[in-house]
Design a protein around this ligand. Structure first.
Ligand code: HEC
Length: 120
């Protein structure tokens, strides 16, 4: 990464932190809630162990530089665009990346866990 790009990204950090703090509901759904909300129409039941690992990654590795964004702030397509750079920043290995992706996907799909932030 170029020095300039690092500077630009550091400069944008305070804005991001402010946004995160101002968020009324910093929702990072619990794995239990996702599993409870899961229904067969959503597809194959996710593995709760993988989800728990992914959630931990989200709350630790992904929260080193900024507070964790509410999952439902972005739709699946937007997450897909933002993730590669962030996964790179967080230096995740493939296993951690897979778990994180599984968690994000399940959290976005599960109806109970998606509704609360709709529109924010
Ligand atoms: C090394 C520091 C660092 C780590 C680790 C990191 N981020 Fe970020 N993140 C940033 C910075 C800086 C920004 C704001 C500037 C930007 O978008 O590049 C940002 C922005 C974001 C945004 C908002 C982007 C937007 O356009 O609004 C999301 C969502 C995000 N990060 C998610 C994650 C996730 C998920 C992880 C873990 C895989 C992660 N971040 C790990 C530094 C980091």
């Amino acid at each position: 990464m170029s020095k300039l790009r690092i500077l630009i990204r550091l400069a944008s950090l305070p804005v991001l932190l402010l946004t995160a703090c101002a968020s009324p509901s910093g929702r990072v759904p619990a794995v239990d809630d996702i599993m409870r909300a899961w229904s067969p129409e959503l597809g194959r039941r996710p593995d709760p162990v993988a989800l728990a690992h992914g959630r931990t990654i989200y709350l630790t590795s992904c929260a080193r530089c900024h507070s964790p964004q509410p999952i439902s702030r972005y739709d699946a397509g937007t997450w897909e665009k933002k993730l590669p750079q962030m996964i790179d920043d967080a230096n995740l290995d493939l296993a951690d990346e897979d778990a994180l992706r599984a968690y994000l996907e399940a959290a976005l799909k599960a109806p109970d866990t998606r509704g609360a932030d709709a529109g924010s």
